[in-house]
Design a protein around this ligand. Structure first.
Ligand code: WTA
Length: 640
């Protein structure tokens, strides 16, 4: 593989240069406790912790705690403590779907709105430890809703607005939520999304006592007496002060559902002190944030990236954060750069899938705008191919802005592997090196830890403050999923190569998770949706490489006797998946087949299905264990 190396641009004056980074690494290695407590000092605590990490990944002593005797409130850290000197600073810039339509909230406004929401929740009986769903567009009220939960100690669970009512219902049931905060409608790319109607549908299976509806478009929506409240109707009467609940560091802050290899999405639980420390620390380190910066992370708050780098990380650092409610190609492919110029964005963080989609449109939509305010670029969510990296660097950044390729996961709370923009030489396609205090390892199939340049499965040998603490209601599944495969290690689910310079190159998921446009989809979820169609007997779903999306979904389907596959049925099946999960999980290809490749014991050989979906015609490895080896020929003949 040919590798180019880009040095740190000479005039990029970061606070953390190579020497400062060495010092951080040295301290993290020499005295981890002191190092982590130093990071915790970024926050304002009611009681500062005496101890940093206390954890073991071993089965007989399995536990993870950080800053356990510390006490704090995260909304205070994101709001109250900035008010005296920075109350008039812009906290959030709302950029609506229509360019230029939007507004700004200062820290004081965000504080007041957060307190109003908190008081409204309290008046409805929501208390510390209760679960609150947030199903909203990217509007400042969504951030206020999250912070309001943090303020009263309620546990929020944000569900991306692109998920179907069924998905929302499943999450409400799993965490037994007592309230839903939503909006009348969302608007994306000029299209309306019926959020309140989706909530109503979700609640048909299981109702909640309280639904709060924020006005986004002002559309007429059904309101259920006694349950539904229009925020606009009560807002004026709500106090703009609300005493924060003092939380213990290990009290849960939020649940975020994410797909895994098996079963339904898991409720990833993050706690208060460790998560807050990690979001604040990584935001500061990796984005080299200065007070005059305008930071734009394009992620939706329905994903972990939106939690850590639209809301909590920036606000804890009293940054100005852009909340974008649109899409990269509306009204045209120059939208990002037009907005960058208009708002004066200095740091821009997006996903490889967006970069690839824009790259395909050529340089003109980029060059049409000046982009001179940008000084730092970042990517997250999936491996970035070197061509896309180079385009981002050369065309978007004019070859003068460092690109931080940040590897992390919902489970890790914040960035774990990334360049420091002022200190790390960049290699396009590599997330480069672990952050100070982070200890990745590569492990082979025989569970051997690999040294030096090698390829293997990516694990972490130690904990860090932002690590998830449990799967909601299923601590056993937490251990089984992440710590059982390699004893004493956290297994990420990713494959990875380490080169001769110690740089990490993430190659993608090695489990049954498909990463479509940076969104995690579990094959089991899609399969279970497909087989719920009355004509379907069996389904097996794999990922295959896709130019823009990174990966797309390829579904193999066998039908019940007498049924025939065709385009009509394909449409029905796609509709089924959209209904059960959401449009983001819709298969790109559906391949009707008479049989799936199975071993004699009945196990589907996914390896073969992946190969065929990728377009391979041979190299299927050992097929002698197949119950019926002729299946492979038949599958090849029917490839979509
Ligand atoms: C992938 C998103 C390569 C990876 C923050 C991981 C990446 C999964 C990168 C987590 C990157 C994320 N390079 N792969 N820079 N960032 N991934 O939970 O497979 O939505 O396991 O968290 O995305 O996705 P999640």
């Amino acid at each position: 593989m040919s590798e180019s190396v880009h040095p740190v641009p000479e005039d990029f004056n970061a606070r953390i240069g190579a020497r400062e980074l060495d010092e951080l690494n040295d301290l993290a290695n020499a005295d981890p406790d002191r190092f982590w407590l130093d990071q915790a000092r970024r926050l304002t605590w009611n009681k500062f912790p005496t101890k940093a990490g206390d954890w073991s990944f071993k089965e007989d002593d399995f536990h993870i705690q950080w800053f356990a005797d510390g006490e704090l409130n995260l909304s205070v850290n994101c709001l109250d403590r900035h008010l005296a000197e920075h109350g008039d600073r812009t906290a959030l810039i709302f950029e609506a779907d229509e360019p230029g339509e939007g507004h700004r909230w200062t820290y004081r406004q965000l504080y007041e709105e957060t307190c109003r929401f908190a008081n409204l929740l309290k008046s409805r009986g929501v208390a510390k430890g209760d679960r609150v769903m947030i199903y909203m567009p990217m509007i400042p009220e969504a951030a206020a809703a999250m912070l309001a939960c943090a303020r009263i100690g309620a546990i929020h669970s944000v569900v991306f607005g692109g998920f179907s009512p069924d998905s929302l219902a499943g999450r409400i049931a799993d965490c037994d939520a007592c309230a839903v905060i939503t909006a009348d409608e969302g608007v994306r790319g000029g299209k309306k999304i019926p959020l309140k109607r989706n909530v109503d549908t979700a609640l048909e299976t299981r109702d909640v006592p309280t639904v709060i509806v924020v006005a986004r478009t002002g559309a007429e929506v059904a309101m259920k007496d006694g349950r539904d409240i229009r925020y606009a109707d009560v807002r004026e009467g709500l106090s703009t002060e609300c005493n924060p609940e003092i939380m213990r560091a290990e009290d849960p802050l939020f649940i975020l559902y994410t797909s895994g290899s098996t079963g339904k999405p898991k409720g990833v639980v993050h706690t208060t002190g460790g998560y807050a420390t990690w979001a604040a620390t990584t935001f500061d380190w990796i984005f080299d944030y200065r007070l005059d910066d305008i930071f734009w992370c394009t992620a939706d708050i329905g994903w972990i990236t939106g939690h850590s780098y639209v809301v909590y990380g920036p606000l804890a650092n009293r940054a100005t954060s852009v909340m974008f409610d649109g899409v990269p190609n509306y009204p045209d492919f120059g939208r990002f750069w037009e907005t960058v110029d208009r708002l004066g964005v200095t740091i821009f963080y997006t996903a490889p899938t967006a970069i690839r989609a824009l790259m395909r449109e050529g340089d003109e939509p980029v060059k049409r705008h000046s982009r001179k305010s940008i000084r730092l670029l970042g990517t997250v969510g999936e491996p970035i191919n070197p061509e896309a990296w180079e385009w981002y660097w050369r065309v978007v950044g004019d070859g003068r802005c460092p690109v931080v390729d940040t590897w992390w996961q919902t489970e890790t709370g914040g960035i774990l592997i990334s360049p420091f923009p002022g200190a790390t030489e960049m290699k396009p396609g590599s997330a480069t090196k672990p952050l100070p205090g982070i200890h990745p390892l590569l492990v082979d199939a025989a569970h051997r830890v690999l040294e030096g340049p090698a390829s293997g499965n990516l694990c972490l040998s130690g904990s860090w403050p932002g690590q998830m603490r449990t799967v909601w209601n299923d601590h056993f599944r937490f251990f089984e999923t992440y710590f059982k495969t390699y004893s004493g290690l956290y297994f990420t689910g990713d494959g990875c190569r380490r080169d001769e310079d110690g740089y990490y190159w993430i190659t993608g998921r090695v489990d049954d998770v498909i990463n479509v446009s940076g969104h995690r989809i579990g094959t089991a979820e899609v399969e279970s949706s497909l087989v719920s169609h009355p004509k379907v007997a069996e389904a097996a779903v794999v990922g295959f490489p896709h130019d823009i999306k990174g990966q797309a979904i390829y579904a193999y389907v066998t039908l019940n006797a007498g049924e025939e596959g065709g385009d009509e049925l394909r449409k029905e099946l796609v509709q089924e998946v959209r209904h059960d999960i959401g449009a983001l999980a819709a298969p790109e290809k559906i391949h009707f087949t008479l049989a799936l490749p199975k071993t004699r014991s009945g196990k589907i050989m996914r390896r073969i299905l992946r190969k065929i979906a990728e377009g391979a015609t041979d190299g299927f490895g050992d097929t002698s264990t197949l119950a019926d080896p002729s299946v492979v020929e038949a599958l090849l003949a029917g490839r979509q």
